[in-house]
Design a binder for this molecule. Structure first.
Ligand code: SF4
Length: 322
């Protein structure tokens, strides 16, 4: 498979600079592993608005129903500065950026698990929301893969994120090629992979590629990107993988012995019961695709949607639901 490098934004304190409020940096195993396979754009919003380092910490507080960035030690509000910086900075990011890894729980970078205080008095309680920069990222790029280093410790979430950023990066190459044949090839190779997310969206994308309305290529690519991002935003369903492998298996099951067929059905049941990962089923299937020369199957992105050296089956133990 060709070398594809997703372009992603990562919060700067995740392994790029000692810019946290206390002068520290976070070394995250997954981000470290990912660095050599992606092109990274990084920034520290709090440094960018002049908070300095080390600095007194800030927190998100609600003031008249609007999230503010409050610094208890100084009594200063930094929300206007952060909003202004984010609205200048975000348009400088590539419009076709493939994804984001934001620092979890940060009042600036966090995107969904940030403590949001009901007022400047901590005793008034807090709920959960987004940091000011994280919220601006979601508003501008909500259909792209956005994650944080905390959630990415879960294997299922990590696998989905990697699949999505590498797929969007491959599609960027198709957009740059400006060749309808490249789009047909992309869709053909991603058919089974997209079925994991949504068969309905996969078929809708197929109709966009067929282009019965004879639209100009830029319009077709625009519609395809919108549909692709929509499809990838869903959580892949493990039951969909069973359908996909059974469908693919049907192509050569007549050539297999009764024992081999029984072995594969057992593997499917073990996968259904969460006793083995998807990779076991896919490896067996891939081996048979080689044996029977199933070119269509061998070319499917489903077997390696992202570089294998990024796979690490350790996680926070949340299971398949993510
Ligand atoms: S979480 Fe964001 S604002 Fe905070 S130190 Fe990291 S990059 Fe800077």
């Amino acid at each position: 498979m060709e070398t594809i490098r997703p372009r992603i934004f990562i919060s700067r304190c995740l392994g790029f600079e000692h810019c946290r409020w206390n002068g520290e940096m976070i070394t995250d195993d997954f981000v470290e592993r990912l660095k050599s396979s992606v092109d990274v754009i990084h920034a520290c919003p709090e440094m960018a608005i002049g908070l300095g380092c080390p600095r007194d910490p800030v927190r998100v507080v609600m003031i008249d129903g609007i999230p503010e960035l409050y610094q208890p030690a100084s009594g200063k509000m930094w929300g206007a500065s952060m909003r202004s910086w984010a609205s200048d900075y975000i348009p400088t990011l590539p419009a076709d950026i493939d994804g984001f890894i934001l620092k979890s729980r940060s009042p600036s970078c966090g995107w969904k698990d940030v403590k949001v205080y009901h007022s400047v008095k901590p005793e008034s309680g807090a709920g959960i929301g987004a940091g000011l920069f994280g919220s601006a990222v979601v508003t501008a790029f909500g259909t792209r893969p956005i994650e944080d280093e905390g959630r990415l410790k879960n294997f299922v979430i990590r696998e989905r994120f990697l699949g999505a950023i590498f797929t969007l990066a491959r599609f960027r190459i198709v957009e740059q090629a400006g060749d309808p044949a490249a789009l047909v090839e992309f869709h053909t190779r991603h058919k089974y992979f997209l079925m994991l997310y949504s068969e309905k969206e996969m078929r809708a994308l197929g109709r966009i590629v067929a282009n019965h309305e004879h639209l100009a290529l830029p319009e077709v690519l625009h519609a395809y990107r919108a549909g692709l991002e929509r499809a990838l935003a869903a959580m892949p369903r493990y039951t969909a993988l069973i359908n996909v492998v059974q469908h693919a298996f049907g192509g050569f099951s007549d050539s297999l012995s009764r024992e081999e067929k029984r072995y594969f059905q057992n593997l499917i049941e073990q996968y259904r019961d969460e006793r083995i990962p998807a990779s076991v089923l896919l490896s067996v299937l891939y081996g048979w695709a080689i044996r029977f020369g199933e070119r269509y199957l061998l070319d499917q992105v489903l077997f390696s949607p992202y570089p294998l050296d990024l796979v690490q089956i350790t996680d926070s133990g949340k299971g398949r639901s993510g």
